[in-house]
Every structure is written in C-alpha cells, then in structure tokens.
Design a protein around this ligand. Sequence first.
Ligand code: SF4
Length: 391
Amino acid sequence: MKYVDEFRDATLARGLAHAIAAEARSHRDYHLMEFCGGHTHAISRHGIQDLLPPNIRLIHGPGCPVCVLPIGRIDSAIALALDHGVILCTYGDVLRVPASERLSLLKAKAAGADVRMIYSSLDALRIAQENPDREVVFFAIGFETTTPPTAAIIRQAKAMEVKNFTVFCNHVLTPAAIRRILDSTAAPEEGIGGAEGVRLDGIIGPSHVSTVIGSRPYEFVAEEYQRPVVIAGFEPLDVMQSILMLIRQINAGRAEVENEFIRAVSRDGNPKAQSLMAEVLETRPAFEWRGLGTIPHSARRINAAYGDFDTERRFSIPYRAVADHKGCECGAILRGVKEPRDCRLFGTACTPENPVGSCMVSSEGACAAHYTYGRYRDYRDAGSTRKAVND
Ligand code: SF4
C-alpha cells in the first residue's frame, strides 16, 4: 500500500538496525521512552525491541488515552448512566475499562443503563437530535489528537441550539504528563532513576498529538531537563530512524527537539485545531491521571461561553479518587518503572478478554500490546540479558 509499505521495508529496517548497532556505544545503556501508546503498539507489533542491541531499552510511557483515565472518572460516567438516566455515548475501548465494584460501562449497560458505543463525536450529537426527550452525554477522553473533534461538536451543538446534549470532557495534555515523568527521573549524568522514577535518556515523541500541537511544546524537555526528543511517525522505519536520531544526540551530548515525522508535523502544529480548542475549552487547574497522580494544568474542560454544554455543570457528579485493583501494576507501568510481565496477573487473571486494569483494554495499552504480540518473551532485564520464556 502506497505511503505505508515504504515505511515497512525489511531491507531498510535491517540497514537501520545495523546503523543503530554500529552507533550505540557498548560501554553504556540507552533508556528511551516512547510516550505514545501508538508507538507502544507499533514496537510490539513489529518486534522493534528484537532488532536493537541489548543496551538499548525501550520504556513504555503514559500515552495510551484509555490507560491514563482514572477509575474515578469511569465511576462518574457510570453514575451519569445509572443514576441520572442519561444516554451515555463514548468510544468502544472506554466501555471495557474496569471501574469500582467490578463494574464497567459495558456491565452498567448489561444492568440496564443506556450506554452507546460511537465512532465519532458527530454520532453523539445525532443521537441527541434523535432523542429530544432524553439527556445525551458524550463521554470525551483522549490527548490533543481527539480534542479538536470534541471542541467542534460542542460548537456545532451550540450553533444548532441542541438543548439535551452535553460533553463530559476528560481531554488531557501531553506536555504536562511528560513533565511529571521527567520530574520523577534522575538527571542523565546520575545514571540511575530517581526515588520513584525511571532513568530516561531520551523521548520518542508522539506523532498524532504533534500534528495538532506541533513540536514547539516539547522544547522545555531539551531546555530544562536536558533530554533529547525525536518526534516519530508510527511506522516501524519511523520508529527505528527516531531511535537512531536519539542515539546520535545522546552520543554527541546534545539535547534538542528533532522531528522525524516531517511529513505530518511542523513546529507550530495545526493552528486551526488550536484556535478551535482555545475557543471552546480551557485548562483545568488540576486533573488526576492513573499512575501519575494529580497533575496541575494537565487537562481541559469546557469554558464558560460554552458552559451550557458542560456535563459537569448540568449534573451533580462529585469526583471520588479510587485506588487501582491491588494486584494491578498499571500505575507503575504508566510511569515506566515496571513492565507488563512484572505484573503477576498478566496473562493469567488479566487478559484482553477479561482486563483487570486499563493497560490491558486498548490495543495501545502496554499490557495488551505485550499480550497480543510478545507474551512469550521476557524483557525484564533488557539492559544485559534477554531470555525467551515459554508460556
Ligand atoms: Fe493491570 Fe492487567 Fe496490566 Fe497487570 S496485566 S498491570 S492487572 S492491566
């Protein structure tokens, strides 16, 4: 397929693998975090870790939108559907995220709640128009990639004067999460992780998010934290080229924001999408993330001008923070300090068919990606030894 096959070429991949092996210095390790869940999926799917020397370790970050949604937010959505009797519309993966009391939106639906899976924000507005006697709530989640469609549908609902439609806005901000991760890591020269963080030498930057916000918002990573960032496309050659670019920066002692994904990402991003978001949404003072805790200025909510379409203003849904299942390691995995195979529930009590934590729900979740593509391998000590484990 044109524009895809070129970025999956095996000969080019082998060439990049040789270049990475040649340029990675044998006397040191390289700890690189892929922030985005799309990259986690691509790395697992295409076996990219297998193509790297053992001293290059890829660490999964918190960039899977379903994974970082805390249980309290799912509980609020369930309360809207069960207690307030709304038609609750959301994307498919969200329906299966485990909530409190062994519930999920899917189980709430089985118990009689009117929960509907949609493919786009437009579907939710259409459902509201088709059901004028019912309150319809769009449970909106995701990073900056999915935020503009949410802003667009709110603006459209206002223009069309749809009175029975609101949005439960849970959109989160990538740079704030990167800062939280970096605040918990040691400086590169210290060589080890911080008290609770992972050691991090460089970041593979998100691709879709960056098409919206551009590369400029990552510049603080290089300037304040002295870590290189390379924004990468989602295809395997994109990821491998980005790893090579990071190795070169690290070897040269450089910390810059570089852009491998130049076919879609610019420094300033998409100004139309940004102005649409600015018109409808504002930054929350703080927001709870699964695994990362409460992070200041890390999410968006609907602003006063569009307040009539804000679910949190129309309904009383007090927020309650809820701890993860006690055996689930999602929090540590989202911080990069553990891997899926470190969880004793992985592949036993917790599978994609029966997820215990959010990281096993979406294909972008680290646990689901490992289970689907790499469950027979164990990378727990990728820095020195790599052993295959028969399941
Ligand atoms: Fe959580 Fe399941 Fe992953 Fe364990 S395997 S960390 S329970 S999602």
